[in-house]
Design a protein around this ligand. Structure first.
Ligand SMILES: [Zn+2]
Length: 152
């Protein structure tokens, strides 16, 4: 999956009510990821045919349409592929501190993972910047084990 790091960064003022979205995750890939997170490791599932690594992994490759179950470790560092600066909550109430939500592609993965980026002025976040996961001291084996992302 390619991205153009030279793309212009744009600012969009909009309301986005994420509570209207419904997600359905395949249980097995989510469990592989959660079990890895207990060990502070990002685990995905790789397609043996095209080599794509999914985090979290589905049970089939979405390109090749074959069953996949090859568990691989990815880095807990990655690249910001897309982001938005949240200035208000989902009800439109201004937030005291702006928050950066980002889609991050872990090194070794081909899919994107959502997280919040801290430790940097929100206006300085850029597509293509390198970030790393900051883990909770005591992990529990769930998506909350990554507290946040920070610039590398
Ligand atoms: Zn494939």
């Amino acid at each position: 999956m390619a991205y153009n790091k030279d793309l212009e960064t744009r600012e969009v003022q909009a309301t986005w009510d994420v509570t209207t979205y419904q997600y359905k995750l395949d249980g097995r890939g989510a469990k592989v990821l959660a079990d890895g997170m207990k060990e502070k490791t990002i685990r995905g599932i790789k397609c043996p045919q095209c080599g794509r690594v999914y985090v979290p992994g589905p049970t089939y490759c979405r390109v090749c349409y074959i069953d996949i179950d090859d568990v691989v470790d990815c880095s807990d560092e990655g690249v910001v592929m897309s982001y938005c600066i949240e200035m208000a909550d989902v009800r439109g109430n201004p937030m005291d501190e702006h928050r950066v939500s980002a889609m991050i592609k872990f090194d070794g993965a081909d899919t994107w993972f959502i997280g919040t980026v801290h430790g940097i002025d929100p206006m300085d976040v850029k597509i293509g910047m390198k970030v790393k996961a900051i883990w909770k001291d005591v992990t529990e084996g769930n998506l909350g084990d990554i507290q946040r992302f920070e610039p590398v």
